[in-house]
Each structure stands twice: as structure tokens, then as C-alpha cells.
Design a binder for this molecule. Sequence first.
Ligand code: HEC
Length: 167
Amino acid sequence: MLRLIARPLLLAVTLMAGLSACSGGDTSDTAAAKPAGEVPPIIKEREENFEAIGAAFKAIRGQLDADAPDFALIAAKATDINTRAQAIPNHFPASTSTADGFKTEALPAIWEKPEEFKAAAQKLVDESAKLVSLAPGGDKAAVAAQAMAMGGACKGCHDKFRLDDEK
Ligand code: HEC
């Protein structure tokens, strides 16, 4: 007797569960997939900013590898890095971390420790400013040492706040 009642009930429950899984499934699937076209412009913007920072730093290192570095060029590239470093804190609005399903290397730590992240960006502002003022002096060793110090500001932030996908 119990069995007879239980079976149709079970069937009904299974059916209902199946139905709601289907209709609910559609929307959550689209939200989770986040096709490339839906990447917020700010993520592209900050990646382009970092790419330009990376290119400027590479140009500086290239000059320092040369016998006669172009110190004016080093100063110009350091100025570019300085301007771009000031923009970093504005490039990280909420819900744009790796935890939000976007293709990004911005770790949630950025939002968990906002003051520390800001300080890490400020460090790059300060170290690049020092390079800007040192470069025109043309002292290769001093400029190279300051370029190293600036590189330390990159690493300091990346170690804590950027996903290392090579690990
Ligand atoms: C305050 C933190 C911080 C500092 C300072 C910093 N970065 Fe980054 N960098 C990041 C974060 C976070 C990302 C990941 C951004 C993303 O994927 O949305 C990143 C990404 C990058 C990328 C990859 C960009 C891309 O195409 O995805 C390069 C290249 C880069 N940084 C170079 C540098 C260099 C060179 C310096 C120093 C001159 C530097 N960064 C300083 C935080 C920082």
C-alpha cells in the first residue's frame, strides 16, 4: 500500500526537479560562461595599461643593456610608467576579479586588502618618479640601480595581487 502511493509521488518530484533544473539551468549557464564579448571594458583598459607599462620597462632595460644608453628616452619611458601607475587604483572596480568568472589575473586580494594594493601602486609611482629625476644625470650605474628598484615595485605587487598562471 505504501509503495503504491510513494511511487507516483516520487515520479512527480523527479519530474518537477528535472523541469526546474532545465529552466534554471539556462540562465545560470549563460552567466557562468561569460563569453569573451562580455569582458567589461575596464578589464581591457587595465590590461592595456599594464602592457604599456611592461613595454616601457622593456625599452628602459634595452637602453641600459646598450653601451651608450639614451637617457632622455629612459626618462620619457619612466614618465609614461609614472602616469600609468597613477591610473592603476582606478582600474579595479568591484566584481572584476578572477573569482567573478572573467579571464583576468586580478586576484580577489586586491579587494580584500585595498589599502595594501593602493600602497603597492603608489610604490611604483614613487620609484618611477625617482627614475625620471635620475635619468637626465646620465649616471648609468645609478640609473640601472633605480630601474631595478622600480622592477621591485612590479614584483612586489604581482607576488600578492596578480595570478601567476605559470605556477
Ligand atoms: C599595484 C599592483 C601592480 C603593480 C605596481 C604592477 N602591476 Fe603589473 N599587473 C597587476 C595586476 C593585478 C595584473 C593583472 C591584471 C588583469 O589581468 O586584469 C597585472 C598585469 C600585468 C601584465 C599583463 C597585462 C595583460 O596583458 O594581461 C604586465 C605585462 C604587467 N602587469 C607588467 C608590470 C610591470 C612591468 C610593472 C612595473 C613597472 C607592473 N606590472 C607593476 C598589478 C600590478
